[in-house]
Design a protein around this ligand. Sequence first.
Ligand code: PMP
Length: 330
Amino acid sequence: MSTQWAEKIQLESNVKKQPELPKFAYFKGSVVPYADARIGLLTHALNYGTAVFGGLRGHWNEAEQELFVFRPLDHFRRFVDSARLLRMDLGQSPSGLWAGLRALLRKQETRTDCYIRALAFYGDETLGVRLHGLTPEVSIVALPFGHFVANDDNAHASISSWQRISDNVLPARGKIAGGYVNSALAKTDAQLAGFDEALVLNDDGHVCEGSVENLFVVRGGVVVTPPVTQDILEGITRRSVIELLRQDLGIEVVERPIDRTEVYLADEVFLTGTGVQIVAVTRVDHRAIGTGRMGEITSRLRPALAAVVRGQDPKHRDWCAPVFREGTKG
Ligand code: PMP
């Protein structure tokens, strides 16, 4: 690997650069020191990928001296649904999980932008590929946030030769840990080939997602995004962005499958996700998208979402759940 790409990959793998491990974890129903939350080598999930996860964000609002978690109940609803796909009964409701996260953030005194990782995993230390007769455990940790994609205002993506997992192979609408090997293959190969991101085709040959982001293309002032039946993750940012576009910016959004060559001919392409927020894709496979610079709709949307998630837009304040003040609305 050339030094240039080694540096680029190091730059992007913010998790590797995390200076410290978290101080606390929510583990098996209570907040414990991170170092006490341990699992053994034979843990089923570690061997077979039988875990599901959630990725949330907390945004620090300096003026209000408050940390806002973005749509925690929606995230935990999807988390519980993902767990159900693996036959896990977590015995906890979305609001119970939010209470656990809140207790963790309060105990840890997290007063900075952060990324939150919830995990439900089969914790049995046992061999045998199956989903029955096993016991799920839940953990949550929170880390200071980092940028997930370099060049998020000017990204160069490639269409991956790795195909997206499909519903009858491994459910794509849930965040199933084992399924993320598919995302990792696409992402790493794209980066090693010099791109910032990968776009993946689904089983029927339509472009459906980025490696860990939902896809939007703009043509003739209309925003198009694949429907949830196209082997995409049912993204919370996707749902929020569709609402912002339609209601706040008055822009038409159509949910339909997207052809590969529509991406090449688009005026704008952008990706959405909790980790990345909104990435402007300005080149795909060495072709300029539109002018080759961030387009008008993407330019309007990025600051709009940035204000919303920090609790600075009164219209969407109910998407932001405060951690330190009283009230548990998600
Ligand atoms: N697709 C995939 C495959 C993802 O992993 C993610 C990140 N969770 C997304 C899309 C975006 O979803 P969300 O907006 O809920 O983070």
